[in-house]
Design a protein around this ligand. Sequence first.
Ligand code: C5P
Length: 250
Amino acid sequence: MKRQAVVLPKRHTAVLHYNSRMSEFHALVPAAGFGARMGHELPKQYLPLSGQPMIFHALNTLCACLEIATVFVVLAPDDTLFHTYDWSRFGDKLQPLYCGGAERAESVMNGLIASELEPDDWVLVHDAARPCLTQAHLSKLIAELRGDAVGGILAVPVADTLKRADSGGRVLRTENREQLWQAQTPQMFRAGLLAQALQQCGSVTDEASAVEALGLRPKLVLSESTNFKVTYPQDLLLAELLLNQRGNRT
Ligand code: C5P
């Protein structure tokens, strides 16, 4: 059956009514970045982690989730590394799309268009650089949001005291951390709504920010700090310890 592609609505109207067809769940993994803060010549998603390239771990967890129909991975158009690994264990469930953009939001937008999802399908956008995602995180996210009109994100309440710095690296003031949460991924929205949000929003660092700019309030689904993003070299060691301790089970 030919699938109808995501059509971008022209006006600033949130799509909150969906047809009666059973919505599917799909994952989309933006992996077209480089990860300059790792200070490595290999793009971050391909750094070795627990015997695999880092991106393997998120793809493995997403592909093992029975509720997710397809896992799209958005690669840089000139990516030469992805095809050098053996992804055959994931079969057709894993779909590489060579359409990444200059920024994360552009990679997600290009991936949404190339994936040809139905507007009312759910899409779970997950960072390639969050290798410690588990099936429990995924199940919780899907269970809490599948009946939601807006969608939402995995997140954790901020635990540390927050300091705002001046330009000289000294404390300007202490910020109130009450009701502050740290956003994680997956971020789960309807494909049509997300495409509309990203089209209307400029540069954002996560999908929820674009949806918020439409005047909507994504739900915060309590996650765990173990679903952290590998950003600095020391994060890699922590991720390796966690994955090895789990025996690489998802
Ligand atoms: O750099 P950062 O860790 O914030 O990137 C988060 C995710 O977004 C990574 O999986 C990265 O590969 C992806 N990304 C992308 N296209 C870009 C920049 C980042 O797909 N142009």
